[in-house]
Design a binder for this molecule. Structure first.
Ligand code: CTP
Length: 392
């Protein structure tokens, strides 16, 4: 990946993950970016400015009151020149100050004075991440247009396990081309469906399936990383929308279809959702009471969203998913031709559903392209690379 010529301000705040910011700085430089590092006072308790100076090849900025910085307008000059301000790690305290628009040190002042995009990679203890004030601050920051990268789940420096670790430097790096409008899908609109659908039987019951939404959310993230403007139409899922992705929540296949048609035109449509093929004919308006008789539900076919979109005049570039339990190549290729798709992603349902990794095969006009087993985000990035190559 290239960030050649991009000017990035890397803000480092006080947290144990500050040591990982050194690796991030190195990766940014290696990708061709020009990096200026700004540290808070607390960050310097964890890593010395000298570390970042050596990695970035430039003096580290740490104070609003540095007499050596000429006219005292360093915060204005710096931010005017930058393509992106990236704060990693962003502590709970820094997010709170950012949400309030405080300007009581160089980094917060830069954030307030900037004209470029701002992305933060939060890092904190899981209870701090889950705390109501942090939730409120995050909501405010998202509403202010700040891109939030992560955090990840896992073991924390305090020994606890949960959500709050800073994303790995390589994952932060992967998100940057999209934020800088520099990826292979820059300027493209991508519409993604994800998750299961829920078809009501009565007000409290319904038919659904075991799709977790993980693959669709990973595809949405990979498309956003590649620079696309991404809209994710999601069935019920407990996953969080990836940074920069607009999410529309739906329940049934009919709602998903309506949302998808409303979001057209789009350059690309990627149907990852496990849409129910049938719905209950007459949904009971009151809860169905049990008795000893056999209960029969009449099911009627749902609209096939992907087939409908692919058949529209001026249809987007359509990508389908096929989960098969046997004879993958044969079923997937016939599904691709039947639905008239330029690209179809095949997998074996039994080793993909609900799992964190998947083995995939891409089918297009040139044949089959196996993607050996990897985590779903890696697979999604490979898929988006393949798709971008076909598109361009
Ligand atoms: N799809 C859709 N709308 C539906 C059903 C499926 O958009 N009502 C999309 C899925 O998101 C996926 C692809 O179509 O991209 C799956 O095709 P489909 O023929 O539904 O697959 P299966 O349900 O696995 O088909 P079959 O039962 O025939 O194997």
């Amino acid at each position: 990946m290239s960030l050649a010529g991009k000017k990035i301000i890397l803000g480092v705040t006080g947290g144990i993950a500050a040591y990982k910011a050194a690796e991030l700085c190195r990766l940014l430089i290696r990708a061709g970016a020009e990096v200026r590092v700004v540290m808070t006072v607390a960050a310097q308790q964890f890593v010395t400015p000298l570390t970042f100076q050596a990695l970035s090849g430039k003096p580290v900025l740490a104070s609003l009151w540095d007499a050596a910085s000429g006219d005292g307008m360093e915060h204005i000059h710096l931010s005017r020149d930058a393509d992106l301000l990236l704060v990693a790690p962003a502590s709970a305290d820094f997010l709170a100050r950012l949400a309030q628009g405080r300007a009581d040190d160089l980094l917060s002042t830069l954030c307030l004075a900037r004209t470029c995009g701002l992305a933060v990679a939060p890092a904190m203890n899981r209870e701090m991440w889950a705390a109501a004030p942090t939730r409120r601050n995050l909501e405010q920051l998202r509403a202010d247009g700040v891109s939030v990268l992560g955090p990840a789940a896992g073991e924390q420096a305090c020994g606890e396990i949960g959500l709050g670790r800073m994303l790995e430097p390589a994952d932060i790096l992967a998100a940057l081309p999209g934020l800088l409008g520099a990826g292979p899908l820059a300027g493209k609109r991508v519409l993604v469906t994800a998750g299961p659908t829920f078809e009501a039987i009565d007000p409290v019951r319904g038919l659904t399936n075991r799709s977790s939404g993980k693959m669709g959310y990973a595809v949405a993230q990979a498309a956003a990383e590649a620079g696309a403007a991404v809209c994710l139409v999601s069935g019920p899922s407990c996953l969080h929308a990836p940074a920069g992705v607009r999410r529309i929540d739906v329940q049934s296949a009919a709602e998903m279809r309506d949302a998808v048609l409303r979001e057209l035109p789009s350059d690309v449509f990627i149907a990852v959702a496990a849409v129910a093929d049938y719905r209950v004919d007459a949904v009971a308006t009151q809860k169905i009471k049990k008795n000893d008789a056999v209960l029969t539900l009449n099911l009627v076919p749902n609209p096939d969203i992907l087939t409908e979109v692919a058949a529209l005049p001026g249809a987007p570039f359509c990508v389908g998913f096929a989960a098969e339990t046997e004879r993958l190549a044969e079923h997937a290729e016939s599904k691709r031709l039947r639905k008239k798709l330029p690209l179809l992603v095949g997998n074996l349902a039994q080793d993909t559903l609900g799992q964190d990794s998947a083995e995939l095969v891409l089918f297009d006009d040139r044949g089959r392209h196996p993607l050996p087993r990897a985590d779903k985000l890696t697979q999604a990035r490979r898929l988006i690379r393949h798709l971008a190559a076909l598109l361009n």
